[in-house]
Unconditional design. Structure first.
Length: 388
């Protein structure tokens, strides 16, 4: 039986890896919707190959180009936020949520409300609206499968185990490209250096998050929602080789780990075929060639984002949404050359200490907090820490 798929963020790193797996298993899957932000040409090319019923660009300005490029195909072109929701409500058996940022939240939530299976890469949505998303899962009976390599590893290590018998969950972190840099060295790094991750090939935003280690902070909050063992049982260890993707320790001190080459097609394949397995073309794990696995404690002084994210998770309410919104603004400013690398965590910290909003009880409330935090973060670009 073929499974129907919708892929949100199809033109990105995770989206393309997902389609690469579909390409290898065409007989098992049928793509019904593909989406992108503004890249109509790439989206149309994918639509011509995978023949979905619908192709959506989030940016309405890209609609004429998409429509033109899809002339003569059976794929309907659409654009804008309402079309993204419409695509999420098509009832696909399996949806890949791989839009980057909180911009993915409405479609991810709409897909969850449909009660089918959602593979989640879009971590910012869960960080900002964890309670709303988990409530939607509860209500609709949707299956939420984590795609982030760490969370997919934990999910696999929990199969056959019981969450109330977990003593500790350890997220591994590569430490990013600046793992051994001093603060002075970090002050001078360029966007090009920050997006060049030593182990993983990813989109620009998550690559910068990996360099500041905010990515691991966001993943801590993500894990807190997906695996409710309590924050005190969630730990982080730096493991530069990115071979062990995370670990679960049970009460009897038995620790299970999931290992593999640092290739997102492996966790995506696990979510795509779940509860079955499918073959991938990914490289096998050659431990003798790797030779050694190293581990170290994360350094909260050089990587303050880790400290900020844990504090936001402890505070709960709207705080993780503010952390995420400020980080999205700061990372975009860094990539645009407007602020330095160390300014990213500074802008996030200043935004977090700027005001205390109420907890979001609805998607509208969440988005107004998100918008206010973004506006506040914009005002923090030029303010030095000691002047704030
Ligand atoms: P990417 O930048 O390569 O791709 C992002 C996709 O989202 C593109 O298709 C883009 O067109 C679309 N998009 C961007 N802004 C949008 C908007 N405002 N509205 C609608 N669509 C928009 O990003 P990526 O690296 O593939 O990451 C996607 C998500 O997966 C992120 O949340 C990231 O944290 C998570 N993730 C990625 C990896 C990885 O290896 N790349 C690993 C784990 C988790
Ligand atoms: Mg990850």
């Amino acid at each position: 039986m073929t499974r129907t798929l919708s892929i949100f963020g199809a033109t990105g790193s995770v989206g393309l890896s997902t389609l690469d797996l579909v390409r290898q298993h065409r007989e098992q899957y049928r793509v019904v919707a593909l989406t992108a932000n503004g890249n109509a040409a790439d989206l149309a090319k994918l639509a011509r190959e995978f023949e979905p019923e619908m192709a959506v660009v989030a940016d309405e300005a890209a609609y004429p180009a998409l429509k033109e490029a899809l002339t003569g195909t059976a794929t309907k072109a659409a654009a804008g936020p309402a079309a993204l929701i419409e695509a999420a409500q098509m009832g696909a058996d399996w949806t890949m949520a791989a839009i980057v940022g909180c911009a993915g939240l409405p479609s991810t939530l709409a897909a969850l409300e449909g009660g089918k299976t959602v593979a989640l890469a879009n971590k910012e949505a869960l960080v900002s609206a964890g309670e709303l998303m988990m409530a939607a899962v509860e209500r609709s009976g949707a299956t939420l499968l984590p795609v982030d390599s760490e969370h997919n590893a934990i999910f696999q290590c929990l199969a056959g185990g019981r969450i109330d018998q977990v003593r500790k969950i350890t997220l591994t972190a590569s430490g990013g490209p600046f793992r051994t840099f001093s603060l002075d060295q970090m002050r001078a790094v360029t966007p090009a250096q920050a997006v060049a991750h030593p182990n993983w090939d990813m989109g620009a935003k998550i690559s910068v998050d990996s360099a500041t280690m905010m990515n691991k902070g966001l993943e801590l909050i993500e894990a807190h929602h997906l695996f409710p063992v309590g924050l005190d049982k969630l730990d982080i260890v730096v493991h530069p080789q990115s071979v062990i993707h995370s670990m679960v320790e049970y009460v009897d001190r038995s620790t299970l780990a999931q290992l593999g080459s640092p290739d997102m097609r492996i966790p995506i394949a696990s979510a795509l075929a779940w509860p079955e397995r499918i073959e991938t073309n990914s490289l096998p794990l050659d431990l003798a060639k790797i030779g050694r696995l190293d581990f170290e404690q994360p350094d909260l002084v050089r990587f303050p984002a880790l400290r900020l994210a844990r504090a936001a998770a402890e505070q709960g309410g709207a705080t993780p949404a503010i952390l995420n919104a400020a980080n999205e603004v700061a990372v975009a400013a860094f990539l645009a050359g407007q602020v330095g690398f160390l300014d990213i965590a500074r802008i996030v910290e200043q935004t977090l200490s700027g005001y205390v909003p109420n907890a979001p009880h609805s998607l509208d409330a969440l988005f107004s907090i998100d918008a206010a935090a973004r506006a506040y973060a914009e005002t923090q670009m030029d303010i030095l820490p000691d002047a704030a």
